[in-house]
Design a protein. Structure first.
Length: 300
């Protein structure tokens, strides 16, 4: 019998998370995939995550349950245009967010996740390096604002987080009669991040919730994909945890790509059927592994 390991991102539905050996954010899942003693890794997440797992554990068969599970940060980035952009900054270090294709990673010097982006970029600036950042414009703008960096930015956004809206947030805050807090993922727009009490990765936000010890009747607004609210409410059923509002007329801030991981698709993948990540060239895999390993080494 093949050894099958199933990984699920926090943004998948609760029933998918219950089918997984490991649930986590993108950094935790990358590390777990790298170290997994598995013949088959089923990645209930999105394609760039499954590609990262394949790059880090090339002997395993990595299966994405649904071929359509992409990410807007990937689809909004044309790799040949990115290559020209990168070449126009020959004396800069190119830092790329993990939400990028394998080809994109192969053009990068460092990969970061939302968990270690702050520390890695601070480390590069401390060494006197000049940095360009791709593909997430919102995350880059926040880093520039927060630390006074001057990084040129690529311009792609997460179509889910980009919907969070300052005006809608102001209204929700005004209507709230108790204490209120906002925690946000750095893929959200800058005006929203500027109002946040905490900005961090999916796991960072979950840990913030777990250790919350302020007013017991406070409302905590969460600006990220709605899947994680399940884990937050499970961890702290005593708290009032609410989705942060998005712009008027728009109802949904669920990631459509994460939600393609249905029970049937994951079961099929566990039986060895689905989209196998078998199309990456050896040279792209090798070139992409270097900046990912640089990050993993830095983060351990
Ligand atoms: P994390 O790195 O927090 O898991 O985020 C991944 C992601 O796709 C956020 O939209
Ligand atoms: Fe990509 Fe946004 Fe979905 Fe995360 S939530 S996978 S960044 S589209």
């Amino acid at each position: 019998m093949p050894r099958v390991v199933t990984l699920a991102h926090y943004y998948t539905q609760p029933e998918i998370q219950q089918m997984a050996d490991k649930v986590g954010d993108s950094l935790e899942l990358s590390l777990f995939a790298r170290d997994a003693d598995a013949d088959i890794i089923v990645f209930a997440g999105v394609r760039f995550m499954a590609e990262t797992a394949k790059i880090l554990n090339p002997n395993a068969t990595v299966i994405l349950p649904d071929a359509g599970s992409t990410c807007s940060l990937v689809t909004q980035t044309d790799v040949s245009a990115l290559k020209a952009w990168r070449e126009s900054y020959p004396d800069h270090v190119h830092v790329s967010y993990i939400n990028s294709s394998a080809e994109h990673k192969a053009l990068s010097d460092w990969i970061v996740t939302s968990r270690n982006v702050d520390d890695i970029i601070a480390h590069l600036y401390a060494e006197g390096k000049k940095v360009i950042f791709s593909p997430d414009r919102n995350m880059g703008a926040y880093l520039n604002f927060q630390h006074g960096y001057d990084m040129p930015l690529w311009s792609a956004v997460c179509e889910v987080h980009d919907k969070f809206n300052q005006a809608a947030l102001d209204e929700a805050f005004a209507a709230c009669t108790t204490a209120k807090y906002l925690i946000a993922h750095p893929e959200s727009p800058l005006p929203v991040l500027q109002q946040a009490d905490y900005v961090g990765s999916t796991s960072g936000m979950l840990n913030w919730i777990k250790s919350f010890d302020q007013e017991p009747d406070a409302v905590i607004f969460v600006a990220t994909e709605d899947g994680i609210l399940y884990n937050m409410r499970l961890a702290r059923p005593d708290l009032k945890i609410e989705q942060a509002p998005i712009y008027a007329g728009c109802q949904c801030n669920s990631c459509p790509y994460m939600k393609m991981n249905t029970i049937e698709a994951v079961k099929r993948a566990q039986a060895g059927q689905g989209t196998e990540i078998d199309y990456l060239t050896a040279s792209d895999m090798e070139a992409a592994r270097l900046p990912i390993e640089r990050m993993l080494e830095f983060s351990q």
